[in-house]
Write a protein of this length. Structure first.
Lengths: 553, 148
């Protein structure tokens, strides 16, 4: 711990406290007192521990205390529950249900074949169709998904990465058919390929052409879809893969800088595109560490954007983020306890100043949520918003000795990681060397050992277990769905104008081969010609090739 | 089956399309630390690829991991592929997000054991020790006591 300044009285009082503390004795139960990430914390923090940044106000650079002067007094966070399952028709019904229940934005979960750029009738889609999200093969499915939902009035987040450009084009094509001009279309595309190589592993093309696709979509949206958040730079998957909070923070922001570098290299100006970059973090259960992580993220981003990249528009420096409560903190044992965990995590996200929030359903550790579990999850964040009073004061923990000191610590740890990544020559070489992957796997293994040795307690798992039956009803995806969806995509291929579709795919292939051409208009035409997701990905794969990682344990 | 002089060889594989490899990597490390020879195939293995790897590596055990909900299709497909290749002496176990009812069904279909979220690593090791009493190379100290 570093002592920044001292005043006689505080220092003396603290010494007196230290004597009392030592005399009182401390618990000796073998349970870790470090954060869940393993960060050592002191039993007490005082004014001696905090740096001299106490004059900073919310809405003021570097935005540690929030990007808006008014906090949640100005506007509450967007309640955005991630959902999607089975067919577009089923999911459309769930969206209408959620909107009718007070949800304020949509968030699409796609199934594995869609995430991996495959059609539902591909041999490797066997057993996967509609299971962990909704199956979307072509514009026809996308039209069904948003049937009766006015795209000019809701904002939609789409969690998709390798094939992100295709799904964005499908969304734009639906908006077009609804008569909504592109400059009124609002939403977020995850589109963060770097964290796929680092953590979630849903990569398809090698890193370089993958980055080109990301920059193509950013460049296109900067001109054509100005309200669209072109990317959601994600720490969530890094954390869920087992990283510490500091690693999540550092790797995510390092990815963010890599996207900025790539866009600058394309010739875009930082203030043209940076205001539309957004972030996505995990809210784990160790509440203060999480709050510090969110506060540090804003400060680091602001400083780097202004000082390193010369951003002049303050919107470029304001880190906006979505949060999801931690899936990994949930337990299959006594699953109702997950409601309480999620409430604590939601509180951490809100105290950290999130712009939007997904609260996990208690049964998500077992399957996709049932209607009932999904409603309880949404109600949980409504309670945080309307019952607890935390939204009434901006950055209510600002000035807390502990939170301020932890915020500084998070920043220091992230900066140290940036240096290590730079020593590899940047994010992509570090990925290729397996640096982040190894750091995450080590942290995951360490955490598991702590659980095995009961140095950390997960209630209901390694302590406070019960023999009682804690069975929950779970959502089942009917087995017949796969064949039906496969039939649907075959039907689309049969009914479309074959010549137009063939030409469009050829144009995608041709544009992929030319590095000076933006792929987006060609993908949009292919989507409108009812080319399927698998076909468009295939056309690009002909040029880009496929990526496999070296498996390390 | 391997002689006591040779440690048990286990092929660990991710079948299906999902890339969630946290669990499989943690289990693979723990089994290696417990004295077994572990071969990790990496992501997106088809049932055919998994069985190929097991035969090539002369493995006695296959460990499957899957988090996308396709376990009812892909786990039995591995068992079926072993049958087709006349290699049913290879034991298959699995892990992931698998509801209780599916655990019962999968066991009927020939998957020897399933380990679901919250399972202590020690339980997996003990299960292997029961199935293969001579399978592990002696390790100094406790399970997973040291970093590799």
């Amino acid at each position: 711990m570093s002592v920044r300044y001292r005043t006689g009285s505080v220092h003396e009082a603290r010494e007196a406290w230290r004597r009392d503390y030592a005399a009182g004795g401390v618990r000796d139960d073998g349970i870790e007192t470090s954060t869940i990430s393993g960060l050592e914390v002191e039993p007490l923090y005082t004014s001696e521990d905090v740096a001299g940044n106490q004059e900073e106000m919310p809405g003021q650079y570097p935005y540690t205390r929030g990007i808006h002067a008014g906090g949640y007094r100005g506007r509450l966070w967007t309640m955005r529950q991630f959902s999607g399952f089975a067919t577009a028709e089923e999911t459309n019904r769930r969206y209408k249900y959620l909107l009718a229940n007070g949800q304020t934005g949509l968030s699409v979960a796609f199934d594995m074949p869609t995430l991996m750029g495959q059609d539902s009738d591909a041999p490797t889609s066997r057993g996967e169709v509609g299971h962990c999200g909704v199956a979307i093969d072509s514009l026809a499915d996308m039209e069904t998904l948003f049937d009766g939902i006015p795209l000019g009035r809701v904002s939609t987040s789409m969690t998709i990465n390798s094939p992100a450009a295709i799904l964005l084009c499908m969304y734009l094509a639906v908006a077009d058919r609804q008569g909504v001009p592109f400059d009124r279309v609002d939403g977020t595309l995850q589109n963060d390929i770097l964290k796929e190589f680092i953590a979630q592993k849903e990569f398809i093309f090698p890193p370089q052409p993958s980055m080109r696709l990301v920059v193509d979509s950013i460049e296109y949206c900067t001109r054509e879809v100005p309200r669209w958040n072109t990317i959601s730079i994600s720490g969530y998957h890094i954390r869920e893969a087992g990283s510490t909070a500091a690693q999540e923070l550092a790797f995510t922001l390092a990815d963010g800088f890599a996207y900025v570098d790539a866009c600058l290299e394309r010739g875009l100006k930082v203030d043209e595109f940076a205001p539309r970059l957004s972030f996505f973090f995990d809210a784990h259960v160790d509440i203060f560490e999480e709050i510090a992580k969110f506060r540090a993220a804003r400060r680091i981003w602001a400083r780097h954007l202004r000082e390193r990249y010369g951003a002049r528009d303050e919107r470029s420096c304001k880190l906006r983020f979505h949060t999801q409560t931690a899936g990994v903190s949930l337990t299959a044992q006594q699953p109702e306890l997950n409601i309480a965990r999620t409430a604590v995590e939601a509180l951490a996200a809100v105290l950290g100043g999130t712009q939007s929030l997904h609260t996990n359903a208690m049964d998500e550790v077992l399957a996709l949520p049932t209607d009932r579990a999904a409603r309880i999850a949404l109600r949980t964040q409504q309670m945080v918003a309307y019952e607890t009073g935390v939204a009434n004061t901006v950055d209510p923990l600002g000035g807390s000795y502990f939170v301020e000191r932890l915020t500084d610590r998070m920043e220091e740890e992230a900066e140290a990681y940036f240096e290590r990544i730079d020593s590899y020559g940047g994010v992509i070489p570090a990925i290729e060397a397996g640096f982040m992957q190894k750091e995450i796997a080590d942290a995951a293994f360490r955490h598991q050992q702590e659980l095995e040795q009961r140095r950390r307690i997960m209630v209901g798992v390694n302590e406070f277990t019960t023999e009682e039956d804690d069975h929950l009803e779970i959502l089942r995806i009917p087995a017949s769905l796969e064949a039906e969806q496969a039939e649907r995509v075959r039907e689309v291929r049969k009914r479309r104008d074959a010549a137009r579709a063939g030409r469009a795919l050829e144009q995608v292939r041709r544009a992929a081969a030319r590095s000076d051409e933006n792929l987006m208009p060609h993908i949009l035409e292919a989507v409108r010609a009812f080319c399927t997701e698998g076909e468009i990905m295939g056309a690009m794969a002909d040029v880009f090739g496929l990526y496999t990682e070296k498996a390390v344990i | 089956m391997g002689s006591p002089a040779r440690p048990l060889r286990i092929v660990m594989a991710k079948v299906g399309l999902d890339g969630h490899d946290r669990g499989v990597k943690v289990v693979a490390r723990a089994l290696r630390d417990a004295g077994y020879e572990v071969i990790y195939t990496g992501l997106r293995q088809t049932p055919e690829m998994v069985v190929d790897a097991a035969l090539q590596e002369d493995a006695q055990v296959i460990g499957l991991s899957l988090h996308s909900g396709a376990h009812m299709t892909l786990f039995p497909a591995v068992v079926e592929e072993l049958r087709r290749r006349d290699a049913t002496d290879i034991l298959v176990f699995g892990g992931g997000i698998i509801p209780d009812e599916d655990v019962v069904e999968l066991k009927k279909m020939g998957v020897a054991e399933l380990f679901t979220p919250g399972t202590p690593l020690q339980d997996i090791v003990e299960w292997l020790r029961r199935r293969f009493p001579d399978g592990a190379r002696p390790v100094p100290g406790e399970l997973a006591a040291g970093q590799p």
